[in-house]
Ligand binder design. Structure first.
Ligand SMILES: Nc1ncnc2c1ncn2[C@@H]1O[C@H](COP(=O)(O)OP(=O)(O)OP(=O)(O)O)[C@@H](O)[C@H]1O
Ligand SMILES: [Mg+2]
Length: 452
């Protein structure tokens, strides 16, 4: 019997491989935006037509490519981002597989215009319908513009499986928002069918959150920040009044890359256990920074999945940090009478956002039990705290939160707010539990003592 195995022709192999990288317009948008970020762009413009089915174009003001590089860029396994196995074990860029442009070139009519900062002339590279590469020289804006026309024009099966324009557009917007949240230092613009729909100026994470969600969204969030030797975590978690009915607003960024991790989502979910009812999900935007040697992002061509070498530690760490942040919110702001209330009407909802128009206000929440994680403190810390206290003056500054339904309860557990004029108190630990009986909490206007 004759042999039956043969090597597939390049164009067929490329289409098969492209299927994993470019599943729908949204995945092409992701790859192009990530390339622009890796190129150190400070402004990135996304333009789509017919929900990406007719056109996806990303223009950046990044480093650009030389003529030789742009020709190579559309080849399989062509990358400037890694060159050795050691590099693969410590990925610091969003791309590294060297396959996104070649995959997109296999399933669309691709065109790249690029010019480096110090070059006098740039390059235009085009692939025609017969797969021929056409190259021209020309004067272009500095940076790179990649256009994909008629995505999947040569893969009818894939094209037929695309969803309605509304659904594909929604996926593109989700990805655009995720990526723009991960890089608030970059100015992002989004044109949909020639209309500028999002224009996010470069700024802080807080400003980006306001642009993406709502002007006063930040008031519905609790800041999270913890640094350790092996990982840092920062960002925001939703106050318990911002619980969601789906998991779609859980933003996890690992070394500034949007990733999906069931374990981490579960850790955050568990930290909220006391606040959740069936079907509730917490909102969060969390940034983890971990030594790239300790993670593996090369799990799938989409680069969304990740493996950690110390998953259990990361789980416990995130659980503890989120619990602590929730505990601080649960104890402190509810007693902090200067807090401004956020009315639902004040919220400007992003027209495309899935964010439900719910009450983001800082409503009091009772958790049942305290979520404190830090229970032991050094003698020095306790000394410092007590030496910083002014004399207790029970009458004028003795404040009991007034709640007509809680009168009796409050008499049993008085809450004292002691005015402190000492600026140094800013630097002391936020919450201390003593003898399993007293909780000392630093609040904006001084110190709060709770007799448990
Ligand atoms: N917008 C851009 N500006 C400058 N160079 C770019 C841009 N897009 C792509 N390149 C260059 O083309 C190369 C190939 O891009 P491609 O997206 O195919 O691979 P990659 O980003 O290296 O890896 P991955 O397949 O994981 O995305 C990149 O390594 C980079 O050198
Ligand atoms: Mg890439």
């Amino acid at each position: 019997m004759s042999n039956i195995i043969k090597i597939l022709p390049d164009n067929l192999a490329n289409k098969i491989a492209a299927g994993e990288v470019v599943q729908r317009p949204e995945s092409a948008v992701k790859e192009l935006l990530e390339n622009a970020i890796d190129a150190d762009a400070t402004t990135i413009e996304l333009m789509i037509k017919r929900a990406g089915k007719a056109l996806i174009q990303v223009c950046d003001n990044g480093v650009g490519m030389s003529e030789a590089d742009v020709v190579l860029s559309i080849q399989k396994h062509a990358t400037s981002k890694i060159s050795s196995v050691e590099d693969l074990e410590a990925i610091r860029t969003l791309g590294f597989r060297g396959e996104a442009l070649s995959s997109m070139a296999a399933v669309s009519q691709l065109e790249i215009r690029t010019e480096r900062k110090h070059d006098e002339i740039g390059t235009l590279l085009r692939i025609d319908e017969s797969g021929n590469v056409i190259k021209e020289k020309g004067s272009f804006p500095k940076g790179t513009c990649v256009s994909l026309k008629n995505l999947f024009y040569n893969v009818p099966a894939r094209r037929n499986f695309l969803k309605t324009d509304a659904t594909e557009l929604k996926h593109i917007i989700d990805t655009f928002n995720k990526i723009s949240l991960s890089h608030s230092n970059i100015h992002f613009k989004f044109f949909n069918d020639d209309e500028l729909v999002f224009d996010y100026a470069a700024g802080t994470l807080e400003e980006r959150i306001a642009s993406v969600f709502a002007d006063n969204m930040i008031e519905a969030l609790i800041p999270v920040q913890e640094k350790t030797e092996f990982m840092n975590i920062s960002g925001f978690i939703g106050k318990p009044s911002l619980l969601r009915k789906s998991k779609s607003e859980q933003y996890l960024f690992l070394n500034n890359r949007f990733v999906i991790s069931k374990q981490i989502n579960h850790a955050v979910f568990s930290a909220y256990a006391n606040f959740l009812e069936k079907g509730d999900y917490p909102f969060f935007i969390l940034f983890l920074e971990i030594d790239p040697h300790r993670i593996d992002i090369n799990v799938h061509p989409s680069k969304l999945e990740v493996r950690f070498d110390n998953e259990k530690d990361i789980y416990s760490f995130i659980l503890a940090v989120v619990k602590k942040s929730l505990g601080l919110y649960d104890l402190v702001p509810n007693m902090n009478f200067g807090e401004t209330q956020v009315s639902t009407e004040k919220l400007r909802q992003n027209i495309f956002s899935e964010t439900e128009k719910r009450d983001f206000s800082d409503r009091p929440v009772t958790s049942g039990k305290s979520s404190l994680t830090r229970t032991s403190f050094s003698d020095k810390e306790i000394d410092l705290l007590f030496h910083s206290l002014p004399e207790i003056n029970p009458s004028p500054s003795f404040v009991t939160p007034h709640d007509p339904f809680q009168e009796n309860e409050e008499q049993k557990t008085p809450v004292r707010e002691i005015k402190s004029t000492h600026a140094e108190t800013e630097e002391f630990p936020f919450i201390i539990q003593l003898h399993n009986k007293y909780i000392l909490a630093q609040i904006r206007s001084g110190l709060m003592i709770i007799d448990q």
